[in-house]
Design a protein around this ligand. Structure first.
Ligand code: GTP
Ligand code: MG
Length: 471
């Protein structure tokens, strides 16, 4: 279930202390992004979480709630011992409203046997006033550091997550997927419709799209489970010949690195527009051993079907493609057939992600992408290519999500363009982003946008890493 360097964080505690509420809160960044097909499992006990550039597997060791009281202590003891054995970090939850119980004493004693980091969390504490009233009795357990929390209402949550992240180093994290994960990569030059195609296959808007080339800047994973096969589709930035700046190099690396570990390649081209860039990409594919399907996109632009056969015969001279599949990502034409073909090339596999999970990206990341999409769409040709979005704060309150984000540009002139007359442009970027994010998280959203000048960020490796462009 876990991969080599990704730490496992176990949630333990008596029934009803709020383990599942905390589990859902930590993983909630993706809860809005689950498949709504009826019948798919929702009973998840583990999930991969990325928080502040740290990744870990969170395990909810629930499932003992039906046991009679006398068996309970025995189960909790076992649960604690198993966590000591298998987990890297333990979150032990107690119930602030119920007070200290004999089982809590017992678990605390068991946990003293390990050197592993342990967070003694006292849940159901909703305010500073309650913290004063309820927390002190727990110091009887002889624990120096207690973490008051309201898993339900977020009190203490950010502090707990920061504390947890302090125990996980950024470098330690291995983001590679387990060996039996099957990856299908979209590959191609900018603007051919790779992201539109991914979204069409997933049946939801995950990867941002626009009429401008070089919209996608990162690898975006889209997970789709069909029966026994869980396919991980990977959208990549368009490979381009623009050399030079650090961000251009980053984007090309983000695209080509997918070739090191991929099971099927979907080489996407635009119908009747074979260019030098496509030719350069085909040359990169020479050393690839997995099946490569040529996806002929934007078929809706082809005036006559008669043109298709000669086109296919011409294109097949470029490479020994497993198959050439004409589609229209925009209107969905033949996308089902493409997906079916892909599935025939994939083995049945262990499902690393929950069957209803759509991506491994956090809502924080997706929010920054949506804001960037609105920026691109709002500015069209005027858009300074060298702009990016960084989320300063992403706060989930019970009835609203509050997002504070900064748009970075490289000059005061660019800043003025984005802000617009009396701030009108910036306002409509914020409104459009708020609507999309609100749909995704199924909650009210507030967005506060700033524009700042940071000269030369796009050609500065360190600045890029600080702004989320890290491999
Ligand atoms: N007519 C037509 N337009 C399409 C089709 N698929 C995508 N487009 C449009 O092509 C443009 C580029 O689409 P994207 O999905 O952003 O392309 P991409 O390959 O991901 O581009 P980069 O991320 O820049 O590499 C958008 O305006 C899409 O609406 C299609 O089947 N037909
Ligand atoms: Mg794209």
């Amino acid at each position: 279930m876990t991969n080599n360097n990704c730490p496992m964080v176990a949630l333990i505690g008596r029934p009803n202390v709020g383990k599942s509420t905390l589990f859902n809160r930590i993983t909630k960044s993706r809860k809005a992004l689950v498949d709504s097909t009826p019948g798919v499992t929702r009973d998840r006990h583990y999930d991969r979480v990325t928080w502040n550039q740290r990744s870990f597997i969170l395990v909810d060791t629930g499932g003992i709630d039906d046991n009679p009281e006398d068996l309970l202590v025995h189960h909790i003891r076992e649960q604690a011992m198993a966590a000591i054995e298998e987990a890297d970090i333990i979150l032990f939850l107690m119930d602030g409203r119920q007070g200290v119980t004999p089982a809590d004493y017992e678990v605390v004693e068991i946990l003293r046997r390990t050197e592993k980091p342990i967070f003694h969390v006292v849940n159901k504490i909703d305010s500073p006033k309650q913290e004063i009233e309820l927390l002190s009795q727990f110091y009887e357990l002889g624990i120096e550091e207690l973490w008051p929390l309201s898993a339900e209402h977020t009190y203490g949550f950010q502090g707990l997550m920061d504390g947890l992240c302090d125990k996980i180093s950024v470098e330690e994290v291995d983001l590679s997927l387990p060996e039996d994960t099957v990856k299908v990569a979209f590959f191609g030059r900018p603007n051919v419709g790779k992201s539109t195609l991914l979204n069409n296959i997933l049946g939801m808007k995950l990867s941002i799209t626009s009429r401008k080339p070089q919209t996608t800047r990162h690898q975006i994973l889209g997970v789709k489970t069909t029966g026994d096969i869980q396919a991980v589709y990977v959208d990549t930035p368009g490979i381009h010949q623009r050399r030079g700046t650090a961000i251009n190099k980053y984007m090309n690396r983000a695209a080509t690195s997918v070739l090191n570990d991929v099971d099927v390649i979907l080489f996407v081209v635009q119908v009747k527009q074979w260019t030098e860039e496509d030719q350069a990409i085909v040359e990169k594919l020479a050393s690839v051993e997995c099946p490569v399907l040529l996806v002929l996109n934007k078929m809706d632009k082809l005036s006559s079907k008669k043109e298709l056969l000669p086109l296919i015969s011409e294109l097949s001279s470029h490479y020994d493609f497993t198959e050439i599949v004409p589609v229209s990502a925009m209107n969905g034409m033949n996308v089902d057939a493409l997906e079916k073909k892909v599935l025939t090339l994939l083995p049945e596999n262990d499902h690393f992600y929950a069957d209803d999970q759509v991506t491994d990206r956090s809502m924080r990341f997706l929010a920054s992408e949506i804001i960037r999409e609105k920026l691109i769409r709002e500015l069209g040709q005027e858009l300074p290519y060298t702009s990016t979005v960084d989320i300063d704060k992403y706060i989930e309150d019970p009835d609203i999500v509050r997002i504070h984000a900064t748009i970075y540009v490289e000059s005061a002139g660019q800043k003025a363009i984005i802000i617009g007359k009396k701030g009108a442009r910036l306002k409509s970027i914020g409104t459009a982003a708020r609507q999309d994010i609100s749909k995704m998280v199924d909650s009210k959203v507030y967005i506060n946008l700033w524009v700042k000048v940071r000269e030369g960020w796009s050609n500065d490796e360190r600045a890029l890493r600080g702004l989320g462009y890290s491999e």
